[in-house]
Design a protein around this ligand. Structure first.
Ligand code: COA
Length: 140
């Protein structure tokens, strides 16, 4: 998995995140396939991150983080398709969940564009380790 220069400031590489979630039943890695080949990944979680993102505990919320697509696959509509498929995937696998939350760097204009056009709205602003973030919400 290869990111474009600078994109490591916006997301986490799977080599970093996948070992962290091994054996953690509250976090699940979802692989993005194109023609049966893995081209990307993201992580869904129902752990303490929900409170950090939402500002309060919410058993009906989950988080999406560490979304990344291989550089060769970016800008071809795959991210938009993933975001459009997400509500059905979450409803099937996490029936208790009524909303998904994510954080995006305010400078990550392409990602913000994709989220907004697939039904995400800005919930609030947070200071991240590497800059200001929008916390965004996708209601199911
Ligand atoms: C963000 C990411 C998941 C989006 O997936 P993608 O497959 O590249 O996105 P798509 O091809 O579906 O759509 C990209 C959209 O952004 C638009 N775009 C590209 N650069 C842009 C910019 N600088 N400003 C605004 N919009 C931009 C494109 O025009 C396109 O919109 P359109 O289809 O309405 O024309 C992917 O690029 C990625 O993995 N990036 C690196 C890691 C990252 O930033 N992850 C997000 C962490 S929150």
């Amino acid at each position: 998995m290869q990111l474009a220069p600078g994109q490591e400031n916006w997301t986490h590489h799977p080599a970093e995140t996948l070992p962290e979630i091994e054996g953690n039943s509250l976090r699940q890695a979802v692989t993005v396939l194109v023609n049966s080949s893995p081209v990307g990944v993201f992580i869904l979680g129902t752990d303490e991150r929900v409170e950090w993102y939402a500002g309060h505990p919410d058993p009906q919320a989950m988080t999406l983080n560490a979304l990344c697509l291989d550089q060769s696959c970016q800008g071809r509509g795959v991210g938009t398709q993933v975001m459009n498929a997400l509500p059905t995937y979450v409803a099937m696998n996490y029936p208790q969940v009524k909303r998904v939350l994510l954080c995006v760097h305010q400078t990550n204009e392409a990602a913000i564009h994709v989220y907004k056009k697939t039904g995400w709205t800005v919930l609030r602003e947070r200071q991240g380790k590497r800059g200001m973030l929008w916390v965004m919400e996708r209601k199911l």
